[in-house]
Design a protein around this ligand. Structure first.
Ligand code: COA
Length: 436
């Protein structure tokens, strides 16, 4: 027990090479890893280099920013990959059946891991220990924190580039079995230039946010555009499963000050950070930003405890009923549900809350409408028509909750791209037997 010994002795006794740490992975094991900016790439590289030592080991993770080496031909039979969120490096492998995909709401991932997938080993990135023997899980707490309570083997990649993020990211060295010191800069998600369409979507979304509201921002190209348009708001709160670089300036300038929150007043709370060194440096030692595990943070009744909660997420396609497709394009798994439905429902339950789905009106260089009469064959619904409320494009805002099916369709057609509106109107008139 670490309490009976000095933490430095405990740490030193368990400080091993990557080769030794991974020797505790057995054939047939399921191994859960931290994802995104926290992916423990140094230890993963050692596993790939030594792939012949492993048989039938399943790696379970989420939105990977690394190369997903588990899907390479060379390691077939040694490693396989099971993801909660497809990314550029494994989308094709999932489509080809080489990798597999598990879908569930983000707040449920910790229980799905523990009770269904049952990984025996967990590997994650942490910051170097401080003088009290505390490390930080850095950019990602999400599902990885709970693995410390049930996995048999917990391996930490100790990396000086991992920010000393606060809240529940702060752990004692006694919670880990092995430490491997590998310093390497974290994978980053660069901000891309905001397009004119995104800027207009940002303006339309910002018009739904009032001073004092608590916000959540999702993933994709739109959140940074929204942050730009929130600069003139006051007293916003932040309670978000993830954040990108866009929030840094809003917190620094005091636009986000969390002063009107009912829970976590004065603190920005998040499950994972998904950005660049600008964001990591801002989080480092910053006690105004607290990391919390996803089974708590994304649980809709927790989200709903803050009044006037506004969730803003994106989608790929929406039909005239208001059924929202956010993570598949036909049979292809494009991304994952993440916490979209958690926040749609939490915001809906919040007193004065609003859920917003924001998207450009077209895709594929303007050649297809995202607002369609019928969802593409094989696509899966992410947010149901009973959950959706505000839908935003660059052409305006459709408010759907409580509206008749005809009025939902009318509202959506009005915010479709003008070049697709006539066709959608004709379909409306055929479907409902009345003039648009
Ligand atoms: N038909 C065909 N292709 C489509 C399409 C459609 N209806 N909609 C989008 N695409 C294509 C786009 O053209 C683009 O491809 P391109 O870059 O080659 O043009 C690609 O799919 C990605 O679309 P885009 O809208 O640019 O994606 P994004 O990076 O902004 O992310 C989501 C948008 C919806 C994929 C992303 O927000 C997501 O995964 N959401 C679900 C999870 C979630 O909301 N979680 C909550 C918070 S983390």
């Amino acid at each position: 027990m670490v309490k009976d010994m000095d933490w430095k002795t405990y740490y030193k006794e368990r400080l091993v090479t990557a080769e030794e740490a991974i020797s505790h992975i057995h054939d047939g094991d399921r191994v859960v890893t931290s994802f995104g900016c926290s992916e423990p790439i140094g230890i993963e590289n050692a596993m790939v280099e030594n792939y012949e030592r492993f048989h039938d080991v399943q790696i379970v993770s989420m939105l990977t920013l690394g190369d997903t080496p588990w899907v390479d031909e060379k390691v077939r039979g040694h490693f396989s990959f099971n993801s909660f969120f497809a990314s550029a490096s494994n989308r094709q492998a999932i489509a080809d059946g080489i990798a597999d995909f598990t879908t569930c709401h983000f707040y449920e991932i910790p229980s799905v891991l523990k009770d269904v997938i049952k990984p025996r080993v967990a590997i994650m990135s942490v910051s170097p220990p401080d003088e009290n023997g505390h490390v930080s899980l850095g950019t990602n707490v999400d599902y990885i924190l709970s693995t410390l309570s049930y996995c048999d083997v917990k391996i930490a990649q100790v990396n000086k580039y991992v920010p000393n993020a606060q809240g529940e990211a702060v752990r004692n060295v006694s919670e880990f079995d092995f430490f491997v010191e590998i310093d390497r800069p974290l994978p980053e998600v660069p901000s891309v230039a905001i397009t004119e369409v995104e800027r207009q979507i940002g303006k339309n979304c910002a018009s739904l946010v009032n001073d004092g509201d608590c916000i959540q921002l999702g993933i994709g190209g739109i959140p940074n555009a929204i942050c730009e348009e929130l600069k003139n708001k006051k007293d916003l709160g932040l309670h978000s499963e993830m954040v990108g670089d866009g929030v840094v300036d809003l917190i620094k300038s005091g636009v986000i000050n969390n002063s009107r929150k009912n829970i976590h007043r004065g603190k920005s709370v998040l499950g994972f950070a998904f950005g660049t060194k600008k964001l990591f440096d801002f989080m480092d030692g910053n006690k105004d930003i607290e990391m919390h595990p996803i089974e708590y943070l994304n649980y809709p009744p927790v989200i709903a405890q803050n009044d006037n909660f506004v969730s803003i997420n994106s989608c790929l396609q929406i039909d005239l009923h208001g059924q929202v497709v956010s993570d598949t394009i036909g049979l292809k798994q494009f991304s994952g549900v993440g916490g979209q439905v958690d926040f749609v429902r939490g915001a809906t339950m919040s007193k004065g809350g609003k859920s917003v789905i924001a998207m450009p009106s077209t895709a594929k260089g303007g050649t297809v409408s995202r607002i369609v009469p019928v969802i593409s064959e094989h696509s899966a619904i992410t947010t149901t028509r009973n959950d959706v409320n505000y839908v935003v494009t660059e052409y305006g805002i459709a408010q759907l909750k409580g509206q008749t099916v005809k009025n939902r369709a009318r509202a959506l057609i009005k915010i479709a791209h003008p070049k697709f509106r006539d066709e959608l109107c004709e379909i409306f008139e055929r479907r409902y037997g009345e003039k648009f």
